[in-house]
Design a protein around this ligand. Sequence first.
Ligand SMILES: CC(C)(COP(=O)(O)OP(=O)(O)OC[C@H]1O[C@@H](n2cnc3c(N)ncnc32)[C@H](O)[C@@H]1OP(=O)(O)O)[C@@H](O)C(=O)NCCC(=O)NCCS
Length: 460
Amino acid sequence: MHRLTDLREILRYVPRFRDRLFVIAIDGAVVEDENFRNVLLDLALLKSLRIGVVLVHGALHQILKLADLTKQQPSNLDGSGITDDATLQLALFASSRVAYELVEGLDAADLHGVSGSFLVAHPAGILGGIDHQWTGKIERVQTGLIQSLVAQDMVPVVSPVGADGEGRTYRLNSDHVAVEVAAALKAAKLIFLSTLPGVTLTNLASEKASGAVKTAIDRQREPSVEGLLRSLSLEEAEAVLAGHRADIAPELASKLEQAVRGVKLGVPRVHLIDGRVSEGLLAEVFSNLGVGTMVHANEYQAIRKAAKKDGRAILSLIAQGVANDELVRRSRAEIERTAEDFFVFEVDKLPVACAAVHLHPSEGKAELACVCVDPRFENRGIGRKMIEYGESLARQAGMREMFLLSTQAFNYFQQKGGFIQGSPADLPVSRREKYDKSGRRSLVLVKRLDDGIGSNHGAR
Ligand SMILES: CC(C)(COP(=O)(O)OP(=O)(O)OC[C@H]1O[C@@H](n2cnc3c(N)ncnc32)[C@H](O)[C@@H]1OP(=O)(O)O)[C@@H](O)C(=O)NCCC(=O)NCCS
């Protein structure tokens, strides 16, 4: 496993998550695993970095043990089928036991865990003609209560049960609860810690996979576990479920379904990791080589390829940059002629940023040009997304290197975009001639595209 020996790597990720919230969903079996103590230490580290933590737990493992001990047959195991009276009692007993262990464990790690009634629920009701009895459906997450505990530096522990405010308690599916809680709290991440590895498609050659899944398989680099899909966009995760459900374990498929639901409800990143792996949680959050699978929202959804009709909008976007000599002057006709190279970032259907990628295939090089963000939309990470998108286009076209010319924003591209300073000798021959003629004496910056760092580098 990739060990976290590089403290700088952790620190690089800290600002991104400071004062944000992570929801961590722990299966009951992980609480009983010997690695649980390490998980608690990892949580303490997250807290010390000013990342808020909310725990949601499952209790399947404990329900099974208790049922065995008391020679009972639960009417349903995962809180999604029928919960009869006896099973509700089993679930409540097992659940409070796990919640207690979590609070006690947090206490031992110098964290203040608080378990309580955080979910309002009503009966799932009669589904398909079958009364689900004590199985519930979440009506509301008590976000105010949870947030005030987090603000007081506490760690709320949410159990998979919900109360209806009239003295009745219903049983819930814990994965479902975790998704609802993460979405309601607008968490930056939802992390499932279970006894399953990430989504692994062993024995599946990429040629046999369908479109989106093939792209996903091909994109994974340096797999430490054969077939492990480290990152999946929402569309890719859905394609895995639609076309390859039979190739993954059923429990994993159900977690992946919840991950997809989480992303659709607005959680930007949902991780599935094995909670028994030492340092797994930290490696997943703080390195670009996580141990599990991350399902993420499509960050490029606001970006689209430009067309001729965008000429005018692009021209007005870059006008100020041209006036400040940050950007090369381009005529509308020139932009329209090369419109295919341009892409724009839209907010409410209006382009607020643009950039272009010009390919030089014979030399395997691509130029990133005309990166420009409307000043009203600066400092929101749009520039970075434009760079990443441009890189992904160049990679797809088989380019090995990207270069750009900059007169004023060179620090930005070095500090935020991972470019390094090059020289005019790095330019393709035809581009070099134009460069010499222009007399702008821009700095040449370069970046290799085949260094093993994926398009989601630094973005787990
Ligand atoms: C440079 C530019 C593309 C940045 O876009 P953006 O969407 O605001 O950038 P992001 O949100 O991705 O990044 C913002 C970060 O970059 C930093 N930054 C912005 N401009 C910078 C510069 N010139 N040098 C160094 N850092 C810079 C910000 O301080 C901020 O830092 P933080 O994340 O640590 O708070 C945009 O300001 C722009 O269009 N500038 C004018 C056009 C230009 O010069 N284009 C380059 C020619 S190819």
